[in-house]
Write a protein that binds this ligand. Sequence first.
Ligand code: COA
Length: 329
Amino acid sequence: MGVTIIGTGKALPELSVKNEKLAELVETDNQWIIDRTGIESRHISVNEKALDLAVSAAKKALGEIDLDSIGLVIVATVSPDVLVPSMAALVKRELHLSNAVAFDLNTACSGFIYGTWTAEALIKNGMCGNSNTNKINRALVIGVERLSRIVNWEDRGTCILFGDGAGSAVLEYSQEKTGIIGSYVKNYDDVTDCLTCGMQYIKTPFTNEIEHSDMFLKMNGPQVFKFAVTAIEEVMNKVLTDTGVSADEVKYYVPHQANMRIIKTAAQRFKQPLEKFQVNIQNTGNVSAASIPMALADLMSSGKVKSGDKIMIVGFGGGLSAGAILFEA
Ligand code: COA
């Protein structure tokens, strides 16, 4: 008995922006971006709201699933359309998920991992209505971002990296199958504030000064790079050790899509062929919490995955945060 991922889906905004277009905005060039990141283009929302993307990805993951069986909606995001209501509450309303508890979660690019980790624990432990007799035994986990709205389009060190989109998965608790066999998440203190995004606050009648906060996503790239490769290794090793599964036994890896060089480093450190790693960064850039579920949806719809195949999803991001989940298809 346990929790299995039974559906996945993704949604991208219509507009795809190539590197060459960004070279018209900041001092950069196509080849530099490809060589240093692996990114060739990214999708940027023009008319699509985060809610549109989230609902579209969720519908694909849900397919024909009975909507009354969904007891939980978690949306991982750092770029919601609004702060209140939560994106999860909006998705619940839009999809008429009348039995669902709904909330948002922010662990930046690790958001989908933390969301899945939370959902698994809640539905497994009967917190969202599961039991032998109760049919409310499923959870919807979504990662959605419109990073185009929080990125500094004058900073070549960040604006070339990010994109918009959404990915989603449906989790099911059942007596018959245990899909998720291991998971581990970890927070590391960001003592140097190497990855931040501030907010804009209004001046109150009780203070003389406006609280200045950087509204843009800011990053110390090389420092985050070093954190990423170390964190991936640590969380993946922990899950492999805990489950007694070797790196070779994992059929596919679905890493956070932040930089092709980070993915290559992970493949080298685990002595795995790059072909086992699902990569879509070339067409999406880094879409934070949406990156992993979008790449997972690509893998699951590729026709490659067979029932019982072991798949590892692994993420890292602001916080700092990291995590990995091992499951069987
Ligand atoms: N185009 C051209 N040159 C650029 C550039 C761009 N878009 N961005 C930076 N540069 C320049 C820098 O100014 C620097 O020039 P200098 O040597 O004259 O000072 C040079 O390229 C090297 O910059 P650096 O930041 O050291 O490059 P890098 O090889 O570390 O690559 C990143 C930069 C951002 C691609 C890389 O650090 C990275 O991917 N880091 C991790 C990011 C990440 O994972 N973020 C998400 C976390 S979830």
